[in-house]
Design a protein around this ligand. Structure first.
Ligand code: NAP
Ligand code: G3H
Length: 492
């Protein structure tokens, strides 16, 4: 039985197979990757390191399944997705427990990720029902008569390859899979290696809900080994990728004539003006920068504060950050948890070393135990420091002091990234002026950067991405207009 795949979740020798044509199938490659928990370093099980034959098989099966799925009425697709959401709600505790152990996400955020995913699916199932085409009369264009009418509907693209990152293995899989399915595509889901068990569980939820076989298949293996082969596969019609700018850029460089949606890294700035409510600002900056230990694309990754309020802001930030609970993600109230792996912790420490060497002032943190990096705040960060420009993906925040609004805008825009920015001020005119100048997908006024609510458009510019997510936008991105032009002979 397919659903047995998730029995004995605590069995360390368990091999997590892949969903293929409605069943959990073992790869013939005979190769596996062990998944260790970043929480206690214990092994959680093994996923399969698939080979090219496995990937061909999965993609070809999805291609066949898509031809049938696109014929399924939208209201029926919607029923299936609503069932997926119901099951996710029921299983939220169990799945959250797995997520916590697999990616060291604190318990509260893990549950929130699952519930948000269920809500996302429900909203998508409804939104797709009201997605309409249009009729366009020909005679509005010069020289065209009334006898020409274009009937424009939306059709699926085919097989969508969905590639998700470790920091939201469930939610950022759902945000690709659900809109792709509602648009009538089939999906091959390649989850992150660390996070794969949680994402495979999600795939089983779709399976349990009665998604027809082959409409969702999964492939696993290191992106560095199977990634290039998968993204360049000729039967993949669309790639929906979330991850680092480095990998996104690489995918873009090796795929030709293949539509891509890329959600990549960020270096979101919080710009703080003299008149900002500093308590609201501090609450937002701290939760924005340190939730899930800073491992969010939309984390606040630099503070640009007016010199005149910088001392007060720095003191308030230091005070709040010192109180953040650090440790085991299973414990109540813990915010700062071990980073995903040693490489990430080493990287954050290298940013600190550089900042120390160049004279930044450490206000709090700067300490590491294994892969647990304590929440760290630096003041007087200058533009020659790596911390001013690089995405740490860890619990570390630089304060850069500025003298004018235009200086803040210039520094913010000098970044290669362009995901979001926040502006903290009570002056609506200044807020709009700054917002109009910032080269980002979204500007938040008096709030931290954040992706949700999930029906808002979510996009990055420059090195932060390509294409638009957000429920309706994602459905549109994974479908295309199809026009049938009526040429009426008896009408002038
Ligand atoms: P990553 O290393 O780029 O990996 C992302 C996904 O790509 C994983 O599934 C990975 O598989 C796969 N992959 C690796 N090499 C590949 C290749 N050559 N071809 C195809 N797929 C390949 O990113 P991450 O460390 O998981 O996530 C952190 C990054 O994602 C940060 O930079 C963050 O800002 C960004 N992010 C952006 C958004 C956004 O919405 N803008 C959201 C979340 C995260 P393996 O795990 O097997 O390597
Ligand atoms: O990590 C990237 C996510 O898309 C950010 O989502 O702002 O809800 O944490 P979030």
């Amino acid at each position: 039985m397919a659903k047995d795949i998730f029995k004995n979740l605590k069995d360390k020798n368990k091999i997590y197979k892949n969903l293929y044509d409605g069943y959990w199938e073992e790869s013939k490659s005979g190769k596996y990757t062990e998944i260790f928990s970043p929480v206690d370093n214990n092994i959680m099980g093994k996923i399969q390191s698939m080979n090219k034959d496995d990937i061909d098989k999965a993609i070809m099966n999805s291609k066949d399944a898509q031809l049938l799925w696109q014929e399924v009425p939208v209201n029926r697709r919607s029923d299936i997705l609503n069932r997926v959401a119901d099951i996710l709600y029921e299983k939220a505790e169990e799945l959250a427990e797995m997520l916590t152990m697999e990616i060291a996400k604190d318990r509260k955020s893990s549950i929130a990720e699952i519930q948000r995913s269920a809500d996302y699916i429900r909203f998508t199932a409804d939104a797709a029902k009201s997605l309409e085409g249009e009729t366009i009369p020909g005679d509005s264009f010069p020289g065209t008569k009334k006898n020409k009418i274009s009937l424009v509907t939306r059709v699926p693209l085919g097989v969508v390859l969905a590639i998700s990152p470790f920091n939201y293995p469930v939610n950022l899989s759902v945000s690709k899979v659900a809109p792709a399915l509602m648009a009538g595509n089939s999906v091959v889901l390649k989850p992150p290696t660390q996070g794969a068990i949680s994402a495979l569980y999600l795939a089983e939820v779709f399976n349990m809900a009665g998604l027809p076989k082959g409409v969702l298949n999964t492939i696993t293996g290191r992106g560095s080994e199977i990634g290039d082969y998968s993204v360049t596969h000729k039967e993949v019609d669309f790639i929906n990728f979330t991850g680092s700018t480095e990998v996104g850029r690489h995918i873009s460089s090796i795929t030709t004539m293949k539509p891509l949606l890329l959600e990549l890294g960020g270096k979101d700035a919080a710009i703080v003006l003299e008149d900002a409510d500093l308590d609201i600002t501090v609450d937002n900056i701290v939760s924005g920068a340190y939730s899930y230990s800073g491992q969010r694309c939309t984390a606040v990754k630099r503070v640009l504060v007016m010199e005149s309020v910088a001392d007060v802001l720095a003191e308030k930030l230091k005070d709040k950050i010192s109180k953040l609970k650090v440790g085991d993600p299973r414990e109540e109230g813990v915010v700062i948890t071990p980073l995903i792996n040693k490489k990430s912790a080493d990287f954050v420490m290298s940013l600190m070393e550089d900042a120390d060497k160049k004279g930044a002032k450490l206000l709090v943190g700067g300490k590491r135990e294994g892969n647990l990096v304590y929440p760290t705040l630096y003041d007087n960060v200058t533009l020659d420091m790596r911390l001013a420009w690089e995405e740490p993906f860890g619990p570390i925040l630089p304060i850069i002091r500025i003298k004018s609004i235009d200086e803040a805008i210039n520094i913010a825009n000098e970044s290669d990234y362009g995901l979001q920015s926040s502006v903290f001020t009570k002056d609506i005119d200044k807020a709009f002026y700054i917002a109009s100048k910032l080269e980002v997908g979204t500007v938040q006024i008096n709030n931290k950067p954040e992706r949700g609510p999930d029906h808002f458009p979510f996009l990055g510019v420059k090195s932060s991405g390509m294409g638009i997510q957000g429920i309706r936008y994602s459905i549109e991105a994974m479908s295309r207009p199809k026009a049938v032009v009526f040429n009426l002979n008896n009408v002038e």
